[in-house]
Design a protein around this ligand. Sequence first.
Ligand code: NI
Length: 188
Amino acid sequence: MPVKPVLRMGDARLLQHAEAVADFGGDELRVLLRDMRDTMQAFDGVGLAAPQIGVNLRVVIFGVAPPQHEQDRQNSRYPDAETVPETVLINPVITPLNDKAEQAWEGCLSIPGLRGLVPRFQHIRYQGYDESGALIDRTVSGFHARVVQHECDHLEGILYPARIQDITRFGYTEELFPEREARNDRID
Ligand code: NI
């Protein structure tokens, strides 16, 4: 299984503006998506952006399947996450539909062990393409909207700590949530 190492904060490759995908039919994209899916699954992520595995292209994947069994739900890093459809999103464009923001806890596979309280637009439209080049155009809110904003930020070289407004709400998961596994854990 081609699980790739996930780059961690401090690696300059996470700070780049990613390049648009031009070729939808080729092996490069097919192999990239296979690697991204395997890597996301191996690390139990909700999403992953191509730059996180060192590929500077505007490709993100995300999705939260409903847990099949209660035990799976308990073991998940995101036990209370809403279901988000499994999505490949290429060359995305996000349009906020109003000014309303909401704060929620996020984590990131590139910043292991930490969580931060991050404001995101509540309600967005996003557009882009799937791996076959078919148009995706969705209007979403809440957790789904948050995941998309987090992943697409990676394509601009933005990691979630840059969005935190109250830096006292940033820290190690175990210290922030000593009583329990972070129930409001968010994102990749
Ligand atoms: Ni991330």
